[in-house]
Design a protein around this ligand. Sequence first.
Ligand code: MCA
Ligand code: AMP
Length: 514
Amino acid sequence: MQHTTKKYRHNHLLHALLESSLNDLDKEFIFSARDSKSISYLEFFNSVEQLSAALIEAGIAPGDRIAAQVPKSVEALELYLASILAGAVFLPLNTAYTVEEVVYFLTDAEPLIFVCDSNRQDEMTAATKASGVRHLWTLSENGQGSLSEAKNDQKPGFEGITRSSTDLAAILYTSGTTGRSKGAMLSHAALVSNATTLCNYWHFGKQDRLIHALPIFHTHGLFVATNCVLMSSSSMIFLNRFEVDGIIKHMPDATVLMGVPTFYQRLLNHPDLSRASKSMRLFISGSAPLLEDTHLQWLENTGHAILERYGMTETNMNTSNPYSGERRAGTVGFALPGIRVIVADPQTGDSIPKGETGSIEVYGENLFSGYWRMPEKTAEEFRENGLFITGDLGRFDEDGYLHIVGRSKDLIISGGYNIYPKEIESLIDKIEGVAESAVIGVRHADLGEAVIAIVVVKSGQILNEATILAALSEKLARFKQPRRVEITDELPRNTMGKIQKNELRTRYNEILYS
Ligand code: MCA
Ligand code: AMP
């Protein structure tokens, strides 16, 4: 067993994440629920070093991208850290994406290696060829595949490739309001600064044990959860998927849970919640608005006020309710230390007084470095003074708590996943016989919002919900596919000819849920 190489002195992110664990490498890092097995920091990072050496042997050079669309597993998490250690840029993809969607990301990001789910190897071989990616590796849910074979050929001891604070660590794609997904480039410094801030603000320490039930292809599960655990030298109970019984089972051995509001809503229905949560220290929610009602029911049931925070792929976490002090339901708290958050006049970018609603804008080391190969799009979303325009609308209340009151971007958040209507509308509009369409989010008790499409059919053509859904099924990830398609004669427009989505939302919220 080697204890000497875990300093990764010249790799900005890994050095910062592992520094506090150096004297305690035999401590548990992960309890894998899949195998009921505890894995120490030493064991995990020995594996990371082996995998990193395999990536280098395959030809990875500093700055090369490594894309992964793999089921959640401890081995998939190793791939994230091994990519960083190898000096590469990690590019995780939602497991729900179709081949067509994957081809776009591979073509745009040009990774040297793409790791896919072993179960999808055939279709992804075609995707890899179509996008010119050099190596296709596989990884299954139970950790098997060509990636693991390549790793097992190597020995631990690889000390890592030099990467500085401004080098890129990851690219995470966010769907775009114009329909084309944009790759948010995240530097080592942005990830280090946010992990440091969150660990301190949320009082993470060695004694913590986090229940990790989030996907690891988004900021929430990949960076907020994992990096906080690593940086505080604590440990996590790693579940391969969200499942109410699994969380309740592990809660008595845990201290922290991070989740999207749907987690909390579903957990509230479990009869053992109150008993299981007794030893918990902290419940954190984010990615979508937590209903005041859920906050209050949780408090009544468990005695804990859920701590709600607010972030974005482009910015990491921006605000949080306080650790000590009132966690105010329906708000996302205060700007985190070192981060400037203002509510601005959307036209001028000037700060507006408390109580007034405006554009939420952010500045800090936590910000991304721009969109991959899209300098114009990047420029559009920054003010001249460097503030990033989030596209969210909010107001500060009298006590300085930030309330998110809406979005200036046309976005649906369903179960914590972002869905851009434009992407779906463009596909529906291409279906033969469709005159036009509008995609909106309607209230949904479990997911917060659910996608529905309202479609106008050309005269003389016959189309129904089933034919439209069938036409979308191969093109769109399942979570983006409309739950309902309503056929209508015309869409409401304002005097400028713009479709009135607010009117549609009011109309269909009433029709569907009254
Ligand atoms: C699954 N389905 C969904 C969603 N998830 N449909 C709409 N919205 C969703 N979020 C569909 C599936 O396609 C399937 O459809 C059916 O629902 C059941 O699928 P299953 O996998 O069983 O669903 P589940 O396990 O119950 O998943 C629901 C979930 C999951 C646990 C809420 O979506 C989830 O883990 N969400 C977290 C997302 C997240 O981490 N967001 C952070 C990104 P069918 O049966 O019809 O085939 S945002 C971020 O990172 C920012 C920075 C931030 O602030 O945090
Ligand atoms: P993403 O682009 O997937 O990173 O999602 C970021 C978006 O999620 C933000 O711009 C917000 O619209 C939304 N979001 C994140 N956290 C919260 C929260 N606590 N309350 C309301 N919206 C949130």
